[in-house]
Design a protein around this ligand. Structure first.
Ligand code: FES
Length: 105
């Protein structure tokens, strides 16, 4: 699949959970929100906390270090502080989850 990399089987990431993966040398957090998968850069822009280890509530993950919150659909910060992270394309094929390039929109 063009530029997409296999990162997990869907049963490895149950709804409401996440997995940290490496794609093209980047640490990326993959989330399952009610059966849909989303991927954002794992490294918090504040001080580098691992967003993939944060608490997921709906589409919003809170950084485990100081609680900055990001929408996993687009990487936008939801706290109004101007922080954001990159988000990545995700495809599910059968039982497998693939992550591709960075979303531009
Ligand atoms: S490192 Fe994520 S909020 Fe501080």
């Amino acid at each position: 699949m063009d530029g997409f990399q296999l990162v997990a089987r869907i049963d490895e990431i149950p709804p409401g959970e996440s997995k940290i993966v490496i794609v093209n040398d980047k640490s990326i957090a993959v989330f399952n929100v009610e059966g849909s998968f989303y991927a954002i850069y794992n490294v918090c822009p504040h001080e580098g906390g691992p967003l993939g280890e944060g608490r997921l509530k709906g589409y919003v993950v809170s950084c485990p270090w100081h609680e900055l919150a990001f929408d996993v659909r687009n990487g936008q910060g939801t706290d109004g502080g101007g922080y954001c992270v990159g988000s990545y394309e995700v495809r599910v094929e059968g039982q497998e989850v693939f992550v591709g390039g960075r979303r531009t929109a």
